[in-house]
Design a binder for this molecule. Sequence first.
Ligand SMILES: Cc1ncc(COP(=O)(O)O)c(C=O)c1O
Length: 400
Amino acid sequence: MTKDKQTMIMQTNPKASYLASKAEIDAAIQRVLESGYYVLGQEVEAFEQAFAAYIGVKHGIGVANGTDALEIGLRACRIGPGDVVITVSHTAVATVAAIELVGAVPLMVDIDPSSYTMDVNCLEAAIAWVHNNPSMGTLKAIIPVHIYGHPANMPAIMALADRHGLYVIEDCAQAHGAVLNDRKVGTWGHLAAFSLYPTKNLGALGDAGIVVTDDPTLAEAMSIQRQYGWRQRYISDVAGMNSRLDPLQAAILQVKLQRLDWENAQRQWVAAEYNRQLSGLPLALPQLSGNIVHVYHQYVIRVNERDRLQQFLSEQQIGTGIHYPVPVHQQPAYRSRLPKDYSSLPITEQLSQEILSLPMHPYLMPEEVQRVVEQVKDWCQKTLTVSALSDFRVGAVAQS
Ligand SMILES: Cc1ncc(COP(=O)(O)O)c(C=O)c1O
């Protein structure tokens, strides 16, 4: 096959996931259309119950997207102006945007150099920093992010949160079905927010999200927040918003939830192939920390001359991604957010220069995985004669 005729290998492929369940999804859409019920109702409730049961929590509240899920979670914890929330900068901008949407101040900390999730030493230092700088506001919550499908170090984060009386809101947007110490992510914090964006491990065919919790008080607060603060129609008990999960998406998600474990297993198979065949090359492959089940929302390698590898793969019709090219604290809208005498985030900054997300989705064919492996190997042999992958400096934490 000549290069011109090669088909493109997509980095992600939500349409393939739709086609795999096309008959059931089409029937579910038809069911909603014919029901005459187009806002909330049975379809949304059925998905909420099924998803909460899947995660292993009592309550699920379907919302419009993952950013709203975080915002509604924060509002339910009564976090707002004058409050500080600690999170990471190595995340989708949504995590930080949600904190600012409720009027609180985000304090971003660095990540662990092997799991790429919140560094607990940096978290501890940041907690001390806020306590020593009370003008910043009152510390209220921590939002760890299970980035790429790798669980954050929840036992240590929960221990710190308990000691300091802080809420923990898990950002599970990239980790549907991931497990830590035999418990799914989403069961560790006081509440958890999931995006159901089409490319996520569990993705709708449009925007969608859900918040989950075991706490009935938080569940009620989130449920009324998503609809104008209504307990009773047209009477707002608290000031809320409109962020309802669309019943069409809820019906689609009921179908797709049934395939989530199978799709995660497919992702794990792809990751295992990459691990096996790319080991020994001058690349850093994903590392698993602790007793976890990684669900590989992304398979992220670190490589010197990342942009050249990305360009080369693109010429070979192989799609890749960078999640994310610019850390949140370095993006134009958020540049001023790190306090002046606060630590920099060296690991986050360095990582952003080196990461590359290889094709990763449940419907990658073995021959496609093989093509990716061969092209990466080929490029490494031609280009990376001497490996000089950066050494992450561990221990650069916020100053207390
Ligand atoms: C880590 C993380 N948090 C939050 C979000 C926000 O989700 P949504 O795009 O559904 O608003 C995303 C999705 O991009 C994400 O990856």
